[in-house]
Design a protein. Sequence first.
Length: 157
Amino acid sequence: MMKIGVIGAGSWGTTLADLLATKGYPVTLWAYEPDLVERMQESYQNDLYLAEHDLSYNLSFTNNLQQAVTGKSMVLFVPPSQVLRTVLQQALPYFDDEAIIVSASKGIENDTLLPMSEIFAELLPPALKGRTAYLSGPSFAREVAARMPTAVAVAAV
């Protein structure tokens, strides 16, 4: 079975991780904040970014980036755009060569004004550049978490 790592436990990352876990996939959700990880492990809720939504028990939680990425068939990146470059650089040594990389971060990088796809193109090694996809669309995490209909698009390289 495909093991999935989701990097970024904001409202959108938590929602996407929960959707995948609800489908039966084992999902590891990475959060920067150790105290948030601890609370999610205890309550199966993200009280900071997605309060009052119960999360799937197929989710595991960590603030160890290596644990979230190593051995994963797919890694979904959803950190805020202003830290995506830093988090991606830290995660690079842990990617499996066959991993699928999906970016669902919204926005542009503050200093360079680059879209997320350009940051991935700049940083990923050649073996992974052809294994990337980008999820985007006019969606809201709380509505998706509540299973309301929405539309998104995925583009792959």
